[in-house]
Ligand binder design. Structure first.
Ligand code: SAM
Ligand code: SF4
Ligand code: F3S
Length: 467
């Protein structure tokens, strides 16, 4: 059973001590922190908590590492490419540290929970002063203070005490779109995936704490709230009495207000009809289901340890389509899992065609040290996998374009998010999470507006304000 513990007063004291120290040591008018986050929304949510603590310690934030007193990279270990980027970008800080020896460079997150990575940082990047893993967030104030006060290098990791820490201050990046973690860790051990090794065992937050936080966010004006967990469908495991995920979202859905509720990620093995019914009957839950299938081949799904087959996946999808008219389905898929043949890959393509996803996150298999798949026979060459990958992208592009084209002429409720990068238009998302661009005044940003869809360009819609 996971125990809930509040961050200790001692840690808050360390934040006050850091504030005193930094009032003397800052380079400019105020101490500045530069935080760079890699990886998934879980990491984004963690960075928001680190920012919350830094704010209490008197820091403000900058987008320019050159002027920062504290530089932190919150890292991701999910694929080799993500790790390579971190090593490259950390290496580039060497000169900055030489020019300003008083700055503190720190690394945290999933990569740091791997022993070989922490060792490489220790041995090859001597200018990195603080390294802490995903289980040490509640001790960050103490670790920060200690590395600042005596200048010695602090390395802490592998401390999975299976507790849920509450009371950590949060400083959210967005003002109307926000992340709300409901659980941490993962127990599924898909054979390709590093997450269970670096995030520890699954533990759920108490429903009362989540509901209170959701109420606060809605009162603060958040319009789009995403509940986060690696497998939200197994929410509640280890809690007494055990709530189901469907019960949790029903409770949140009762909160008054004009907002959308989203969640990710749903694991197909635990995705129930009760959950689909809850979405269909809810007031605020968006008409969007992110349901990673990873492969369309039963043989590969078994080797991945996913605990569902193609038929079960399609059964949930068909039920969702029946109960939630116009449901927008998105997914994750891996190409080139060890031992996957071209015939297996064709099964993936046929599943993509059958479901008609709005969009896909597509990955080429990347071996991760310590996972079972890393030592499986992998005879297909990188070139061949690259060819399959491009074939998949072409199929998905066609499907997304068809799906978007079918929306022309409709009026959609859109949350207006920002100015689009090109052409100075506004840009927002539908309940199904599809991007819509249209002309309008900046004052519309941050609220819902009805937009008539006039054109579809691949997976992006264009429209005009319909009010
Ligand atoms: N918990 C989520 C689930 O089960 O679907 C996914 C979390 S994972 C951080 C995000 C995606 O990364 C996975 O769905 C998978 O497609 C991809 N992924 C994970 N490990 C990978 C690997 N070793 N190589 C390539 N892609 C990987
Ligand atoms: Fe990784 Fe599987 Fe857990 Fe998702 S469910 S985080 S893919 S082990
Ligand atoms: Fe990466 Fe960790 Fe998320 S490995 S994908 S940041 S849980």
């Amino acid at each position: 059973m996971s125990e809930t513990v509040n961050m200790s007063d001692r840690q808050i004291e360390y934040l006050n001590l850091t504030a005193e120290l930094m009032s003397i040591r800052k380079r400019g008018d105020v101490p500045l922190a530069y935080i760079r986050t890699y990886g998934c929304q879980q990491n984004v949510a963690d960075s928001e908590r680190i920012k919350g603590m830094l704010k209490v310690a008197g820091y403000e934030f900058t987008e320019n590492a050159e002027e920062a007193d504290f530089i932190l990279f919150n890292t991701c270990a999910v694929r080799e490419h993500a790790e390579d980027r971190v090593f490259g970008n950390v290496g580039a800080l060497k000169n900055l540290k030489r020019r300003h020896p008083q700055i503190l460079i720190a690394l945290c997150g999933c990569m740091m929970e791997q022993e070989h990575v922490a060792k490489r940082i220790h041995d090859s990047f001597p200018f990195v002063g603080l390294v802490f893993g995903t289980h040490c967030m509640h001790e960050f104030p103490e670790l920060l203070y200690k590395s600042l006060v005596d200048g010695s290098r602090v390395f802490v990791r592998d401390n999975d005490d299976k507790k849920v820490y509450e009371g950590i201050p949060t400083c959210r990046d967005g003002q109307f779109k926000g992340w709300l973690p409901i659980m941490y860790g993962c127990d599924n051990f898909c054979t390709y995936c590093i997450v269970p090794y670096v995030r520890g065992r699954e533990r759920s937050r108490q429903p009362e704490v989540i509901i209170k936080e959701a109420k606060e966010m809605i009162a603060q004006g958040y319009k789009d709230i995403t509940l986060l967990g690696q497998n939200v469908n197994s929410y509640g495991k280890g809690l007494e009495p055990r709530p189901t995920f469907a019960q949790l979202i029903k409770e949140i859905d009762r909160i008054e207000g004009d907002y959308w509720l989203r969640f990710m990620t749903s694991h197909p093995k635990d995705c129930t009809r009760e959950l689909i019914d809850t979405i269909a009957e809810s007031k605020h839950i968006s008409l969007h289901l992110h349901l990673p299938f990873q492969s369309g081949s039963d043989r590969v799904l078994k080797a991945m340890n996913r605990h569902y087959d193609r038929a079960k996946y399609l059964d949930i999808v068909n039920y969702a389509k029946e109960r939630i008219p116009d449901v927008s389905l998105t997914s994750d898929v891996i190409v080139g899992f060890p031992g996957e043949t071209y015939e297996d890959f064709q099964q993936t393509l046929s599943l993509i065609r059958e479901v008609g996803f709005t969009s896909l996150f597509t990955f080429i298999f990347s071996p991760r040290t310590g996972t079972p798949a890393a030592s499986m026979d992998d005879p297909v060459s990188d070139e061949e996998k690259g060819k399959w990958f491009r074939e998949l992208l072409a199929v998905q592009e066609e499907i997304a374009a068809e799906r978007c084209a079918s929306m022309v002429g409709r009026v959609e409720k859109v949350l207006v998010e920002e100015k689009a990068k090109k052409e100075g238009r506004l840009c927002g998302r539908t309940s199904g999470n599809i991007i819509v661009e249209f002309d309008g005044d900046d004052s519309l940003i941050g609220d819902f507006h009805n937009v008539k869809i006039t054109r579809a360009r691949n997976w992006i819609l264009t429209g005009e304000i319909a009010e």
